[in-house]
Design a binder for this molecule. Structure first.
Ligand SMILES: NC(=O)c1ccc[n+]([C@@H]2O[C@H](COP(=O)([O-])OP(=O)(O)OC[C@H]3O[C@@H](n4cnc5c(N)ncnc54)[C@H](O)[C@@H]3O)[C@@H](O)[C@H]2O)c1
Length: 397
């Protein structure tokens, strides 16, 4: 059993609390910190939390607390993490870890120096669809991974602080790109170094200083390429889609707008449909169990099992740091309009991986370019002579 201090009682704090306590779990929130007294009281009543306070340090230091869950605006993550280090409390923080790589690095170094458990709450690499797809990728069902793409777009966040570049640290690149980087990086291999990025970003719609739309490419040392598409200007709900392509196969997944559940209503009685849904009438795409389909349950299971077994969870502060470094390079590239290097001062994966070979052996003298069964019953082979480089086709009967 884990006894949790929840910091923040807003949007994600409540999703987390629903997941932590929603399935007759043995884990329990025992302490809640929120900025305002009335929010503390409301959260404590809703989730039956014994201790509530408007003092962050008091919530963390409470003697009943085993682990702290940070669900605060981005500019408060570092302060909360440092207090967890001071009181030697295990900590898990929501995404993004920092507003930039400098903050993330300070947090990573602090938790490691303090010797405390640290988890990075990147729920989208714990969704049932991701876990299943990832298993296939790891088993080699897709062959060598060439390209991984992740898209997260919606009509914009739900609280004021997200729109203020100082508190949030950035716009949709930081807010949504953090998910996409970790999803694509997981498919390509977390031990493969991201080396450079090319990013376009613009403020197309919203009256803000940060970007509200961005597309980026992230090159990996083994030659694989990742791509993200993020936006706070998309109309139509929450679009969460991933694609991964390898030499032997492809996976497409859609986490939110096409889950297999489709409904029509004239609007009577239907208020909440699913996160960021823009309409509650007409044809709708509800999500059966958001807590599970967004990965919160599997994520907390990994966090607590890892804590109890004294090992690192699948997602730790180190992963949060790598994500922040990649996103910093994206911001740089969006400004310079050039490929920008990913400046990973701390790297714990493979070094000096060379680009994988693109040559497929056919026989001693030839490489295989392509084989195809035609509609007229002939199997065509396209081959390349290793010596002469000549490309030619032949039919197999
Ligand atoms: N899928 C996800 O992983 C996911 C989804 C949404 C948000 N988040 C992250 O969760 C964090 C919180 O986002 P949210 O959507 O819950 O925001 P929110 O605005 O709904 O809630 C923030 C909470 O922090 C408190 N707060 C706000 N400003 C504060 C201040 N200055 N001092 C003290 N407390 C303050 C609020 O009262 C509230 O309890 C952010 O880092 C965000 O990126 C993650």
């Amino acid at each position: 059993m884990q006894r949790i201090a929840m910091l923040g009682s807003g949007f994600i704090g409540r999703f987390y609390a629903d997941s932590l306590q929603g399935y007759r779990n043995r884990d329990k929130i025992v302490s809640i910190y929120s900025r305002r007294e009335e929010s503390v009281k409301k959260f404590a009543t809703d989730y039956n939390v014994a201790h509530g306070t408007t003092n962050m340090e008091e919530a963390i230091a409470h003697p009943d607390v085993d682990i702290v869950c940070i669900s605060l605006p981005n500019n408060l993550h570092e302060e909360a993490v440092m207090l967890c280090c001071k009181h030697k409390k295990a900590v898990m923080t929501t995404k993004p870890l920092g507003r930039n790589a400098q903050e993330a690095r300070r947090m990573l170094e602090a938790v490691e120096q303090a010797g405390i458990f640290n988890g990075y709450l990147e729920d989208l690499v714990y969704t049932p669809k991701f876990l299943k797809a990832y298993e296939s990728v790891k088993n080699g069902a897709l062959g060598r991974i060439l390209w991984a793409k992740s898209r997260e777009t919606h009509p914009g966040p739900h609280s004021d602080w997200f729109w203020d570049i100082e508190q949030a640290g950035g716009g949709c690149i930081l807010d949504l790109g953090c998910h996409c980087v970790e999803i694509t990086r997981s498919y390509i291999g977390k031990d493969i170094k991201p080396i450079e990025v090319m990013c376009w970003a613009d403020t197309q719609v919203k009256p803000i200083d940060a970007e509200d739309h961005s597309i980026a490419l992230i090159k990996y040392e083994n030659g694989a390429i990742a791509q993200f598409e993020v936006s706070w200007t998309f109309r139509g709900g929450l679009d969460l889609r991933d694609e991964v392509m390898g030499t032997e196969g492809t996976i497409w997944s859609n986490n939110f707008l096409r889950t297999g559940l489709e409904m029509f209503t004239t609007g009577k009685g239907a208020d909440y449909v699913s996160e960021k849904a823009e309409s509650n009438t007409g044809w709708l795409f509800p999500v059966g169990d958001e807590l599970n389909e967004l990965g919160y349950n599997h994520m907390f299971m990994d966090m607590f099992n890892s804590l109890e077994q004294g090992k690192q969870p699948k997602e730790s502060f180190y992963d949060g740091y790598v994500v922040n470094v990649v996103l910093d390079a994206c911001y740089k590239s969006a400004k310079s309009k050039q490929w920008e290097p990913v400046q990973l001062d701390i790297w714990r994966g493979q070094e000096g991986v060379s680009k994988d070979s693109h040559l497929i052996e056919y026989d001693e003298d030839h490489y295989l370019v392509k084989e195809e069964m035609t509609h007229y019953g002939a199997k065509k082979l396209i081959l390349k002579n290793k010596q002469t480089g000549k490309i030619f086709e032949k039919e197999e009967k």
